[in-house]
Every structure is written in C-alpha cells, then in structure tokens.
Design a protein around this ligand. Structure first.
Ligand code: ARG
Length: 263
C-alpha cells in the first residue's frame, strides 16, 4: 500500500469513527484493510480469465490462505512485468502468478515458502523433429518475456534473435500457431493443459528433465513487506490441513506430493 492508499484507509477509518460517534449503527466494517494481490491472468491452469473473473489453482489457493490468515483482499490483473514494478512501488501487497522462487528475484523481493513444483517444457506442433531442449538450438522459439523459460534458453544458447519474447504466454503460444516460431518454452502444467485442451491445434508437449531444472513457485512480496509472515504461516497451515490437497485435486485431478514442498 502506498502513502496515498494508506491515507485513504485512514480517512475511511476516521469517518467510520465519526459515524459511530454520531450514534450510527455502522459497525465500522469499512475500516478493515484490504490487500491488493497482483497476477498475470494468462497462465491457465494457475490464473486465467473466465469472463472478467480471475480463476485458477493460484486463485483458489490464495483465497484459502488469506481466509486462514483472516485477511481481506482483492485481486488485480496487472500483467507479468508490471506486477514486478507494482511490487517495487508497493502498489500491490503481494503477487501470485506461478512465480518461480530464484536467487535473482530474491535480491529484490521476498517469497513465501514453496507451494508448487514445476519445470519448463516445450510445446511444438505434431510431427516436430524436436525431442529435447538441445534441439531448439538455431530454431525460433517463443517465451514470455522475463520468465524462467527465457532464462533457461539463454543459459543454453546465449541471448539470441531466435528467442522471441512476448508480454504474455498467450501471445507466445499464438506465435507457434501462426508458424512464427517452432516451439514455445513455458511451465509444464501450462504447456500440458494447453495441448490437452486444444486437440484441434495438434500440438505436443515435450519433457526434458536433463536440460531444464526443477523450480518452485512462491507467493511474492515487496522486500520486507508487512504481511509475509502471517501469510506464510497460513500457507503452511493450508498445506498441512489438507485444504491444499483439495484445491490441487480440483485443478490437477490427482493427489499432490506435499513432501516435495518441505525443504
Ligand atoms: N514460472 C515462470 C517464472 O516464474 C513463469 C511464470 C509466468 N506466470 C504467469 N502468470 N504468466 O518465470
């Protein structure tokens, strides 16, 4: 929350107190702080738009965690790169967006403990000759700008004109469908979900556990933000008490292995 928002909340508080002082029956409910949580809602099954509603695994998990913490919130579809800027400017109190915890990001932001294990994967057209990440060398590949998919490709092949960067993953997939690129690199659950839900597009999802590394998602916070401790405590509770497993089953149709999250 920035100063302006804080002042606003302060004023709402004051006017609630004024109403109470004037004998109003208003219980002062407007005075409770509401957190703003940013996301990039173009990454199903974690977050996507259903009409103007943001839905997905991350959304359900966040709701369970913030209920557990007793915090009120609203989600804001900031987009991907603007989310990181909004965190730095403290225009959002936290973010959830399938965000991989890594050392580079930890320099600027704080993270909750891990809530999901992921790995990059390749999406390509049926009949492709691509069998592993190494086969992407010299080929045009799309990624969402500023993701670990981009990072993985640059680590293997160096920064290259062949790596086409897009503001969101929907555009990166569009580039594959258009024939602008031969493959997309993105998180495994997203790649698999897209291939499965769009059989008419005739796509294949290619795994490469040798050249891509395992990653973990976390809820992201501005550095030394106000709410990370209570939110992290609530996240642990939700994982332990089975609510996490319930949400996981709803979105992935199977039991999670919560052991991998304990590290
Ligand atoms: N896990 C990857 C990363 O952190 C990609 C996340 C993209 N998330 C999104 N909502 N578009 O870089």
């Amino acid at each position: 929350m920035n100063l302006k928002q804080k002042l606003k909340v302060g004023m709402i508080g004051l006017s609630a107190a004024f109403l109470v002082a004037c004998g109003s029956t208003d219980s002062g409910s407007g005075s409770k702080e509401k957190l703003t949580i940013g996301t990039d809602a173009a990454y199903a099954p974690f977050e996507s738009l259903d009409g103007d509603k943001i839905v997905g695994f991350d959304v359900d998990l966040l709701d369970a965690v913030l209920k557990e913490a007793g915090l009120e919130y609203e989600m804001k579809n900031t987009g991907w790169e603007p989310l990181f800027i909004a965190l730095q400017n403290e225009e959002v109190d936290a973010g959830i967006s399938a965000i991989t915890i890594n050392d580079e990001r930890k320099k600027t932001y704080d993270f909750s403990s891990p809530y999901f294990e992921s790995i990059n994967m390749i999406l390509a057209k049926e009949g492709t000759s691509i069998k592993s990440a190494k086969d992407l060398e010299g080929k045009k590949v799309s990624v969402q700008n500023g993701t670990t998919g981009q990072e993985a490709l640059e680590k293997m092949f160096g920064a290259s004109e062949n790596i086409k960067k897009f503001d969101n993953n929907t555009l990166a997939i569009q580039a594959l469908l258009n024939g602008e690129v031969e493959a997309v690199v993105a998180d495994n659950a997203v790649v698999q979900e897209y291939a499965k839900n769009n059989p008419d597009k005739k796509l294949v999802a290619i795994t490469d556990k040798e050249n891509f590394e395992s990653e973990f998602y976390g809820i992201i916070f501005p550095k030394d933000g106000e709410h990370q401790e209570e939110i992290n405590k609530a996240l642990k509770k939700v994982i332990e008490d089975g609510k996490y497993a319930e949400i996981y089953k709803k979105w992935f149709g199977e039991e999670p292995n919560v052991e991998t999250l304990k590290q």
